[in-house]
Design a protein around this ligand. Structure first.
Ligand code: GLY
Length: 615
């Protein structure tokens, strides 16, 4: 099987030139239409998103300063992993509402020297004593999600710093001091608040205002929220990074900063938490075996549990192959219907089985067996869609003590960045503090926010029938089942299920594409759309990133407005049984493709601030 390569831009343009086009003609939208583009992105004005071509190295991220810092490190001789840590540290300054050292990340990498793909799990983990009762009020009633997200109770042990240090030590060439320099400089000197930052701040101001220290950091002198164009400095964070550089990560996990984190969590005026110094001290990032899916000449590598991203994406790609790639054509009602069904079928298993595999049995081999996809594809019928929610299947290896789960209300925040260096090392990293502004708890005097990642667990331990949920919070420690063996003796607490899908694609064994996106549980569908646009529908990379997306999570299918507004398409799909709803801009993809001539093509999504830049 070889994914077909068509010139879709030409095809779409031809159909648009036909005045009678509509669903009967099946091609329904020209994603290069300026109207469509304005609606997808450009929400934040010129400069948001766009492509860049370069020969040596490339960085794409959702923050201009972070991209500049990454390129600065590459130009100074650093590799992709050195640059990745620099980018992450700058993002902690310039997008403090989306990621940072108070949160967690998943890093996929291709190491050019060992010619291998690796997966590094820097996910937050729960305090050892955390269980589902922590989400209940004094009468045993589930605390609403809108309340669970704020305050110390939802804070997981942050993994970002430990993962960055591991990345640097195992794969990098520079010191922590060198790669932290750009972030320290920007945090001291400040930068002008861009539109997305100001918009997020305004939107979340009521929540932020419950936390005086957090409010103070993001306020003008008169106490109102910082506005677009205001200078934002964070000297506390600069000093925190300087301390970490001087004393090492131990100061964060065992020293003064650890004390401050525990104090901030336990004394939170809003829902105090139970995180202890022992929880911080125990934390280790975990080297995991990536999820690999063959897709024609491509091998698609994704993040394994506790992220559901790699396995769900792999299952979707297997379902595409089982359906027949040659039968798909972007822009047709048939294809959108198939993509909806495939996402629903994959999410049925994702919601049911996937969680921290150190704690529950996730039948990963069975789920990713092409024969399993062949059995599940019988559910897909673009003229007669299966009713949702679709029931999960029974892949080989499935056991049933841990199952049954509804989708979590995961936040659309988070951030993704990609880097390729001159030696063709590749980094594809998705990083988060969960909700915008995380738990909204700022570590006083340290200038960083703590995550609310524990809300990515199921709120309840069991479903309505009393069946335990795979992704329930579970107290206690279990041995880490690192595929690489080196962590076999490490005991860890449970990590909440994620949807983050940092992805690396090899073509005929060589690095070809790095891609990923923020977007909560929509991340998987967002990456699935963009990946198919590039690998199957043959869009240029930027078009693959920009094209309006169709997302479905075993429920109501969502189409981004340029598709949703096409009445003929919507009517046709609705008559077939697809009740489409309008989607806000979904995700914000960052991608880098290594072209056949060796040049690098970077693409940043216009749906959010973002910059692709190389040299
Ligand atoms: N908190 C977003 C995710 O982990 O998918």
């Amino acid at each position: 099987m070889t994914p077909n390569r068509r010139n879709n831009s030409l095809l779409l343009t031809l159909f648009l030139l036909c005045p009678l086009w509509g669903v009967a003609s099946t091609v329904v939208v020209d994603e290069s239409d300026p109207e469509v583009r304005r609606d997808i992105g450009d929400r934040f004005g010129p400069g948001s998103g766009g492509s860049y071509f370069a020969e040596n190295g490339m960085v794409t991220s959702s923050s201009n300063q972070a991209t500049f810092a990454g390129v600065e490190i590459l130009r100074a001789g650093g590799n992709a992993f050195d640059a990745a840590v620099a980018v992450q540290m700058v993002l902690s300054v310039t997008e403090p509402y989306a990621s940072g050292i108070g949160g967690g990340l998943f890093a996929m990498g291709y190491n050019a020297q060992s010619e291998s793909v690796f997966a590094l799990d820097g996910r937050e983990e729960s305090p050892k004593a955390f269980n589902a009762s922590r989400f209940e009020d004094s009468r045993g009633k589930l605390i609403p999600f809108s309340k669970r997200i704020s305050g110390g109770n939802s804070v997981g042990v942050p993994g970002t710093l430990a993962a960055c240090v591991t990345l640097l030590q195992k794969h990098g060439t520079m010191s922590l001091a060198e790669v932290c320099q750009p972030a320290i400089r920007i945090a001291y000197e400040g930068f002008r608040i861009p539109a997305p930052f100001a918009a997020n701040l305004a939107h979340h101001w009521d929540r932020i205002s419950q936390f005086p220290k957090t409010k103070e950091l993001f306020s003008r002198p008169d106490g109102s929220p910082l506005q677009e164009g205001d200078l934002f400095r964070n000297p506390d964070f600069a000093a925190t990074l300087e301390l970490i550089v001087k004393e090492g990560e131990s100061v964060f996990y065992r020293g003064q900063i650890a004390n401050d984190i525990v104090e901030a969590v336990q004394s939170s005026a809003v829902q105090p938490g139970i995180l202890t110094l022992a929880d911080l001290e125990r934390y280790r990032p975990v080297n995991r075996l990536p999820v690999a899916t063959d897709f024609g000449p491509y091998s698609v590598y994704g993040m394994p549990m506790p992220s559901s991203g790699g396995a769900t994406l792999g299952l979707m790609l297997n379902l595409v192959q089982a359906y027949g790639i040659d039968d798909l054509q972007w822009g047709t009602a048939d294809t959108f219907a198939v993509l909806i069904d495939i996402q629903n079928v994959a999410f049925a298993d994702r919601n049911f089985y996937m969680a921290d595999a150190d704690f529950v049995n996730v039948p990963i081999d069975g789920l990713l067996d092409p024969d399993y996809a062949a059995s599940r594809i019988t559910l897909v019928d673009p003229n007669n869609p299966p009713a949702t929610p679709i029931a999960p299947g029974t892949p080989t290896g499935a056991t049933t003590p841990d199952n049954g789960d509804a989708i979590n209300a995961e936040s659309p925040t988070t951030t993704h960045f990609c880097i390729v260096d001159k030696d063709r090392n590749v980094a594809s990293i998705t990083s988060t503090i969960e909700q915008h502004f995380g738990s909204a708890v700022l570590v006083p005097g340290r200038g960083f926010l703590l995550n609310n990642e524990l809300t990515d667990f199921s709120g309840r331990a069991t479903d309505r029938d009393g069946v335990p949920l795979a992704n329930r919070p579970t107290a206690g420690l279990l041995p880490r089942r690192s595929a690489l063996g080196e962590d076999a003796t490490t005991l860890g607490a449970k990590r909440p299920r994620s949807s983050m899908s940092p992805t690396i694609v090899l073509k005929d064994g060589a690095p070809y594409l790095a891609i990923g996106s923020p977007g909560g549980s929509r991340i998987i569908g967002v990456v699935f759309n963009a990946l198919l646009n590039s690998l199957v529908f043959d869009f240029d990379l930027q078009d693959a990133v920009n094209a309006p997306r169709v997302i479905s999570r075993n429920g109501t299918p969502e189409m981004e407005s340029p598709l949703y507004r096409n009445e003929a398409l919507r009517t046709e799909l609705s008559e077939r049984g697809y009740p489409i709803v309008d989607a806000q801009a979904a995700g914000s993809v960052q991608a880098i493709l290594i072209q056949e001539n060796g040049w690098l093509e970077g693409a940043a999504d216009p749906r959010r601030e973002g910059l692709a830049l190389g040299y």
